[in-house]
Design a protein around this ligand. Structure first.
Ligand SMILES: [Zn+2]
Ligand SMILES: [Zn+2]
Length: 146
């Protein structure tokens, strides 16, 4: 059996290894958090586009799937499926006209980064929500916005 000194040395090594792994992981989590905050504006922009009522002016478009060019003679409220490939992925062309801007439903918690008040684990909320799920690390239900 190893001496107490040898076991202590092994434990010291284990501690160093564990902390090195934890530091790398927390740096990665921090970086992901920064990127998350940057991308939230894009998420909001996408959500706004999806919410608004738009119409597509007549003109030359291209299928998003097979890139076959098409001419729409009339304004489109919704794109038909592509004649060439049957795709419903829509068409690229002149920018759509926004007919109506529909505001987002008010939410108790807006999208963003939160922190568990108890264990300080981060929580990244992609969409606004009226409730937050309990902390997956400690089960606490109190969060603060970062
Ligand atoms: Zn197509
Ligand atoms: Zn927690």
């Amino acid at each position: 059996m190893a001496s107490a000194k040898e076991r202590a040395q092994k434990l010291a090594q284990e501690m160093r290894d564990a902390i090195r792994v934890a530091r790398t992981a927390s740096a990665r989590a921090r970086k992901a958090g920064e990127e998350f905050k940057e991308i939230l504006a894009q998420v909001e922009a996408e959500a706004e586009v999806a919410r608004n009522v738009v119409e597509y002016p007549s003109g030359r478009y291209e299928c998003n799937a097979c890139h076959t060019p098409v001419i729409f003679m009339e304004t489109q409220r919704e794109f038909p499926p592509c004649d060439s490939c049957g795709s419903r992925r829509g068409f690229s062309g002149p920018p759509p006209r926004v007919l109506e801007v529909i505001p987002p439903a008010p939410r108790k918690f807006s999208a963003g980064l939160y922190e568990c008040k108890q264990c300080r684990a981060p929580l990244a909320l992609v969409e606004g929500s009226d409730t937050l799920a309990p902390c997956e690390f400690c089960g606490a239900t109190e969060f603060r916005a970062l």
